[in-house]
Design a binder for this molecule. Structure first.
Ligand code: NAD
Length: 506
């Protein structure tokens, strides 16, 4: 596929195409023939169908993965890296198609989804390099004996993802498990499965059959993967309630599991009175990911705590900038912000707009339908709430939409208490030119990833994950690679060499 823009991307990339699961290198429908509709959130129209997989489909995928794993492990890091390189080449070659599938299916603007694919490349190159450095240790645990460790893959890993960065999650999140020698079963979010099924064609070309398997569907397929006795390692990205349900169902399955959870955020960005106002406004808007996934972003700074000295100006400038956003059809090149992922999610976010107004916050801009938007689409202009109090729902609950709540503050300790008062702790940001304030505040903010004078960006190699109910485990780092392995010790009792030698010479 080339990088040309077409007048009708839906016909070109989706029309007449069959999307199927990838199981053991074969493209297959759900065993019972069930499908679910793919709805284009820019128009509200059904554009395709994807398999609605059952427990039996998951069973087949896990079995294929189990059979393929020993040979994959035996290929070693070099052999596996060659597949990664091929995967990267193929993905780049189909960049426009993958970006368009995401725009059509998720509503994320196509220009942002092209960037999402570019973001995959350092991960595809980075994991093999990191895996080459995954070494065991020789430990002097007892005198005269030899104790060494090695990292063994689990076998089959289950990977369940959220809807907001579909192809980026499908292309990058399985990689550390794979490079460590595991095979995998991927289950993408039901709202946004198209690009993962498109990507399945690339997986099938780049990896041996059965090493990467893709099954689409909802909670039934997800739960079947989580509770499968062969799948000891589960990696999950999604909401807190689903994360908790997974921990519960895994425990009830009677099989001990290693589960990592990347969950929600209600992330605080703190703006000090000495901060550069223009930069911090830009940083807040950038950090909301309005123009990447309509603010449907776990790491977004949806609570901005601005010192009273800058507060009014901050609110006014943010609103002015957001009013310039082009909200429209996701696959049009000029669009800055597309529609929300589904009618149901639009309704949920609208409920928070009502709650904010009802609790006395001021909706300064946004939250309405953009003029001229297609009538069936789930559009919402980017919203800024001012005069937000810490106890309001819009200040405490994850909205996962294009809604930024701005809270004023005067007292430093109270501001820290407010920032830390929610039960989530994924990211935080500190905006100041004072190095002492920056680092002392970063230390006190209860979050897994804290930016100083920056937002949203995270890079391969830096551990990403949350404290409190935002999850457990860290991704994108050495720790994540190790988390796809079980450490093994070999303890050798070494005999006295003179006695051993004597046996051969006497
Ligand atoms: P969700 O929890 O509704 O669904 C996530 C996935 O879980 C989907 O694939 C879904 O089919 C599956 N699932 C649902 N029920 C299941 C069950 N009982 N067992 C197994 N799997 C099941 O989340 P969502 O709406 O797709 O995504 C939004 C959430 O994801 C937000 O809370 C957001 O903050 C979070 N998120 C976190 C990160 C991160 O890195 N921390 C990244 C992106 C999104």
């Amino acid at each position: 596929m080339t990088d040309t823009i077409t007048a009708d991307p839906v016909s070109r990339y989706v029309g007449g195409r069959e999307f199927r699961n990838l199981v053991g290198g074969e493209f297959v429908a759900a065993g019972n023939g069930a499908t679910s509709e793919v709805v284009d959130p820019s128009t509200g129209s059904a554009v395709s169908e994807v398999p609605e997989s059952s427990g039996a489909d998951v069973e087949s995928a896990v079995e294929a993965a189990r059979k393929a794993q020993p040979a994959w492990e035996a290929m070693g890091v070099d052999g596996r890296s060659a597949c990664f390189a091929r995967f990267g080449e193929l993905l780049q070659g189909r960049r426009e198609e993958m970006a368009m599938l995401d725009a059509i299916d998720s509503g994320n603007p196509v220009k942002a989804m092209r960037v999402d694919i570019d973001i995959c490349m350092p991960y595809i190159e980075g994991w093999p390099a990191m895996a080459r450095n995954l070494r065991g240790e020789v430990i002097p645990a007892s005198p005269g004996n030899l104790h060494y460790t090695s990292h063994r893959p689990y076998g089959v890993v289950g990977r369940i993802t959220a809807f907001n960065h579909p192809v980026m999650f499908a292309a990058t999140r399985p990689l550390p498990a794979l490079i460590a020698g595991n095979s995998i079963v991927i289950k993408p979010a039901p709202q946004t499965s198209l690009s993962t099924l498109g990507l399945a064609e690339i997986f099938a070309e780049a990896f041996p059959p059965g090493v990467v398997n893709v099954v689409t569907g909802g909670a039934e397929a997800g739960a079947a993967l989580v509770t499968h006795p062969t799948v000891k390692r589960i990696a999950f990205t999604g909401s807190v309630p689903t994360g908790l349900a997974i921990q519960k169902s895994a425990a009830e399955s009677g099989h001990v599991k290693n589960i990592s959870l990347e969950l929600g955020g209600k992330n605080a960005m703190v703006v000090f009175p000495d901060a550069d106002l223009e930069e911090s406004v830009e940083g807040a808007i950038f950090g909301m990911n309005f123009n990447v996934c309509q603010g449907q972003s776990c790491g977004s700074n949806s609570r901005v705590l601005v010192h009273r000295k800058l507060y009014d100006e901050f609110v006014q400038r943010s609103a002015e900038k957001l009013r310039e956003y082009q909200v429209g059809i996701a696959y049009a090149d000029e669009t800055d912000m597309g529609p929300l992922v589904s009618a149901q999610h639009h309704e949920r976010v609208s409920g928070y707009l009502e709650a904010g107004v009802g609790e006395g916050a001021k909706l300064v801009t946004g939250g309405d339908r953009p003029e001229g938007a297609p009538s069936g689409g789930y559009f919402m202009t980017p919203a800024v709430f001012a005069d937000v109090a810490p106890g309001m729902r819009i200040a405490r609950e994850e909205i996962f939409g294009p809604v930024m709540s701005v809270l004023p503050w005067d007292d430093y300790d109270q501001m820290i208490d407010t920032a830390n008062s929610v039960d989530l702790g994924l990211t935080a940001a500190v905006w100041t030119n004072d190095v002492h304030l920056a680092h002392k505040t970063a230390e006190r903010l209860d979050a897994g990833y804290v930016w100083v004078n920056d937002s949203t960006r995270h890079y391969f190699g830096t551990p990403f994950g949350g404290t409190k109910n935002s999850g457990t485990g860290r991704e994108e780092s050495t720790g994540e690679l190790i988390s796809y392995t079980e450490e093994k010790v070999v303890h050798t009792r070494l005999k006295d060499p003179a006695a051993a030698f004597a046996r051969y010479t006497n």
